[in-house]
Design a binder for this molecule. Structure first.
Ligand SMILES: [Zn+2]
Ligand SMILES: [Zn+2]
Length: 128
């Protein structure tokens, strides 16, 4: 079994889907074409891709981690209705600037996650 080939397949799938999918969801997409792939291998490779800065990780409390095709910091919205995580198109530089003003600490990473309704659910609710 070629491990770098597996990693590439997993990475390609994240890049093609352009959604914030869990390891399990990615596994279900990749598995039909790669019957020898295990969920553990998907987890291991996703974690490695995050650790090496290739992919991002979105942690929602009480939910499995989602994996992000874009590793640079950006804001996310977690939809409380359908459970989707979507990107929020807001500039993150002001946030980085604010964090840079914090005295006596060293910020290494941050994540910006808000809860609400995604565009689809928001439209559906408005139409009700
Ligand atoms: Zn939604
Ligand atoms: Zn994202």
């Amino acid at each position: 079994m070629n491990y770098s080939w597996q990693r590439q397949t997993i990475l390609d799938t994240v890049m093609q889907q352009k959604q914030h999918l869990t390891a399990n969801e990615l596994y279900r997409i990749i598995r039909p074409k790669n019957p020898h792939l295990s969920l553990g291998t998907v987890y291991r490779n996703l974690n490695l891709l995050v650790e090496t800065g290739v992919l991002g990780r979105v942690s929602v409390s009480g939910e499995p981690d989602r994996f992000d095709w874009e590793p640079h910091p950006h804001a996310h919205l977690y939809c409380r209705k359908c459970g989707k995580v979507v990107n929020l198109e807001i500039p993150t530089q002001p946030v980085a600037d604010l964090l840079a003003q914090c005295q006596g600490v060293r910020v290494e990473r941050y994540s910006l996650l808000v809860t609400g309704l995604c565009a689809d659910c928001s439209r559906a609710e408005a139409a009700e």
